[in-house]
Design a protein around this ligand. Structure first.
Ligand SMILES: NC(=O)c1ccc[n+]([C@@H]2O[C@H](COP(=O)([O-])OP(=O)(O)OC[C@H]3O[C@@H](n4cnc5c(N)ncnc54)[C@H](OP(=O)(O)O)[C@@H]3O)[C@@H](O)[C@H]2O)c1
Length: 297
């Protein structure tokens, strides 16, 4: 008989999956992860888009975190079928298999299950996604919540920290006196990656079923973040040149992304959005220095 593990992380190479594995190992848990990469380096191979998930035999585990997904909204629009196969069908099939063998399932979802017309969407409000990615998340949530006490759905606003490639790129460009073009209509209420991983681990370890929500405290415009970065770098604020996202052919962004904190038994204070943003700006400036560009303190 195979020895049971504490935590199985599906998609152990992504931002959240990698951080969850690290956090759980630091807490002394026995962790297994899956990967779809060619040389998974100790991980179990699993590709939700190609493998027959119904035939895959999950290892015995007390809990699993489903961190594998196609997170690009653009890809969801351009390949609705292919992305739904991963984000909905394979994810639900896998969750059912895990729940049937007694593994508690934790599914990270998104504020984009709501339309964002108002701030602070409550967990008990009806979902109303405006994007294909949001529709896929909402459909997966619906099917997983039908599994009852075996599942937790954890809705997250944007997860940042400390390295955010977009801001790191902006820092390098600005320091070289090149313009940057944040979306003028996009906002973010980020939560800190380490806080998210701790909460996911706690929900998994204590098998806290149902809906949970983690959010930043205020929506901040990307253009204002770029202006703050320009100020910190001591460069001309005119280098920040916002553009409407719809010009890029996307689905548009919600006016609000904040979620009312929700969840039994977890610490669910809201994150301070600007504290997260400042920490990410610090990292972006450090990296810009590493590229040989001098940053004013
Ligand atoms: N990050 C956020 O701000 C945020 C906010 C709300 C909710 N979420 C949700 O949290 C979950 C994890 O997000 P993340 O930010 O960690 O995403 P990520 O960094 O893009 O990682 C996604 C992971 O899924 C894997 N994956 C993609 N397609 C796959 C497939 N066909 N089969 C197996 N694995 C596949 C990727 O593998 P490769 O590394 O090989 O590409 C990667 O390891 C997602 O469900 C996302 O929607 C994230």
């Amino acid at each position: 008989m195979r020895q049971s593990t504490d935590l199985l992380v599906i998609g152990g190479d992504g931002l959240i999956g990698r951080a969850v594995v690290r956090c759980a190992r630091q807490l002394g848990r026995r962790v297994l992860r899956t990967s779809r990469r060619e040389s998974p380096g100790g991980a179990l191979p699993l590709d939700l888009g190609r493998d027959d998930v119904a035939a895959w035999e999950p290892p015995p585990a007390r809990a699993a975190i489903l961190a594998a997904a196609v997170g690009s909204q653009e890809r969801c629009v351009h390949d609705r079928e292919g992305t739904a196969r991963v984000n909905v069908e394979a994810t639900v099939t896998l969750a059912r298999k895990l729940a049937a063998q007694g593994t508690f399932v934790v599914f990270p979802s998104s504020n984009l299950v709501f339309d964002g017309a108002t701030p602070w969407h409550r967990a008990d409000e009806a979902v109303a996604p405006r994007t294909e990615y949001g529709r896929q998340k909402a459909e997966t949530e619906r099917q997983l919540l039908d599994l009852g006490a075996s599942v937790a759905v954890v809705r997250l606003t944007k997860v940042w920290g400390p390295y955010v490639p977009l801001l790191a790129d902006w820092a390098v460009a600005l320091r070289r006196h090149r313009p940057v073009h944040p979306y003028s209509d996009a906002v973010v209420a980020p939560v800190w990656l380490d806080d998210v991983t701790e909460v996911l681990d706690r929900i998994a370890a204590r098998r806290l079923a149902g809906l949970h929500q983690l959010s930043g405290d205020v929506d901040v415009r990307y253009a204002d973040i770029a202006r703050r970065l320009a100020k910190r770098l001591g460069v001309d604020p005119a280098l920040v040149q916002p553009v409407p996202s719809m010009l890029q052919g996307g689905e548009g962004f919600p006016a609000h992304t904040t979620l009312a904190p929700a969840g039994e038994g977890i610490r669910c204070e809201v994150a301070v959005s600007w504290a997260v943003i400042e920490a990410v700006i610090d990292e972006a400036c450090d990296r810009a220095e590493g590229h040989g560009v001098k940053v004013a303190s």
